[in-house]
Ligand binder design. Structure first.
Ligand SMILES: C=CC1=C(C)c2cc3[nH]c(cc4nc(cc5[nH]c(cc1n2)c(C)c5CCC(=O)O)C(CCC(=O)O)=C4C)c(C)c3C=C
Ligand SMILES: [Fe+2]
Ligand SMILES: [Fe+2]
Length: 340
């Protein structure tokens, strides 16, 4: 027992010590596919200044006055199309990733998962891990490509949680892994197998990444470059010269200019220029979610076929499959060096 622990009040719960924690974090999702739950989630998500970089006094009236009165109903309908028995796909898959990582890392490491927006929250999980004796915690934002709107805000939230503590855990963060051989090889293996299993031979493979306002690139966010590098390395690793590989950005939000080319317009343009068979993959998403299952697999298919395309396949993310879990174990074990 350490000196500090002997000073705890007599009624303090027992403190285990020396454990290592790993907290897997993904973006977040509503608790239910209903307008009310989606509104609560979007209010938190879209109030984050890392996500919407517009002065609060200008943005909050637009968010509260317009967006939160219109978007939740539309988004809830989209969520209801992909919702599962285990809840939101993003939360269910992230939970499964944590569950499968736990035995791979052994008893000395406690694996937990959190959502940056919604539940379970980062503060809730960090406090629970510390109560269980985790004195060293690896924060693992599951975003291969760094972006201030995703990676940085996870670190902010963890730091804000620790800010209120006298006795803090030591934190490390998993760096972006957009060009890690373990990630590129996992994608090439998994997507290659999915392409081979298709009933048709695609002419085009579209690699669709989540979009961002274009000005973030000028402001120095490496996200665009990370996406481009992932795409270039993945194309080389796939080594399918007969397949035309394109990179696009999806999920445009608001009126500002976003990174281009856009996934939806590219799907229409490809069909219009004569492409008949197309497969789409989303290598930037570590888990299937609304953006892949609804926006790409449902709406993307409609966009492509209505413009004249004939065969369309949306390939799944690495999720909690063996290939993806092997990759996560490699990346996380390396960050735990010296801790376990
Ligand atoms: C300006 C708004 C948005 C930015 C910037 C943004 C960046 C960004 N998002 C992801 C990953 C995901 N986004 C998801 C959903 C989603 N994204 C936005 C808006 C912005 N995203 C909204 C409003 C929503 C909610 C759904 C909707 O109303 O359309 C999801 C899926 C969540 C789920 O529950 O399944 C993911 C994952 C990245 C990686 C990113 C920047 C790189
Ligand atoms: Fe998003
Ligand atoms: Fe770039």
């Amino acid at each position: 027992m350490t000196w500090q622990k002997q000073q705890l009040p007599a009624d303090h719960p027992p403190v285990k010590s020396g454990r290592v924690g790993v907290l897997l974090v993904n973006l977040g999702t509503p608790d239910a596919p209903t307008p009310g739950a989606v509104k609560r989630y979007l209010a938190q998500f879209l109030s984050d200044p890392r996500v919407i970089e517009i002065p609060k006094l200008v943005w909050q009236p637009i968010l509260r006055g317009i967006i939160l009165n219109t978007r939740p109903k539309k988004s809830a309908h989209a969520y209801s199309q992909v919702w599962t028995e285990k809840g939101s796909p993003l939360a269910a898959i992230t939970a499964e990733q944590a569950e499968k990582l736990q035995p791979r890392l052994g008893d000395g490491v406690q694996v937990e998962w959190a959502m940056r927006y919604g539940n379970p929250s980062i503060p809730d999980r960090l406090k629970a891990m510390m109560a269980d004796g985790c004195e060293r915690i690896l924060l693992a934002p599951l975003y291969p490509q760094y972006c201030a709107a995703t990676t940085a805000t996870v670190v902010d939230e963890a730091a804000d949680t620790l800010k209120a503590m006298r006795w803090q855990a030591s934190l490390r963060t998993l760096p972006p892994y957009h060009d890690e051989p373990a990630y590129i090889d996992a994608l090439a293996k998994d997507l290659g197998a999915q392409l081979d299993a298709l009933a048709f031979a695609p002419e085009v493979l579209l690699l669709s990444f989540h979009g961002m306002p274009a000005r973030t690139l000028d402001l120095g966010d490496p996200y665009h470059c990370h996406c481009r590098k992932t795409a270039r390395l993945l194309e080389a690793a796939l080594a399918r010269p007969q397949l035309r590989v394109l990179t696009t950005f999806q999920s445009r939000f608001g009126r500002a200019k976003w990174l281009e080319p856009a996934t939806d317009t590219t799907l229409e343009e490809e069909a219009a220029r004569g492409t008949r068979r197309l497969a789409i993959a989303a290598p930037g998403f570590s888990a299937d979610c609304l953006e892949t299952l609804e926006e790409l697999a449902i709406r993307g298919k409609e966009q492509f076929t209505e413009a004249g395309g004939e065969e369309f396949a949306a390939l799944s993310c690495l999720n909690a499959g063996e290939t993806g879990m092997d990759m996560l174990e490699v990346l996380i074990r390396r960050e735990l060096a010296g801790w376990i």
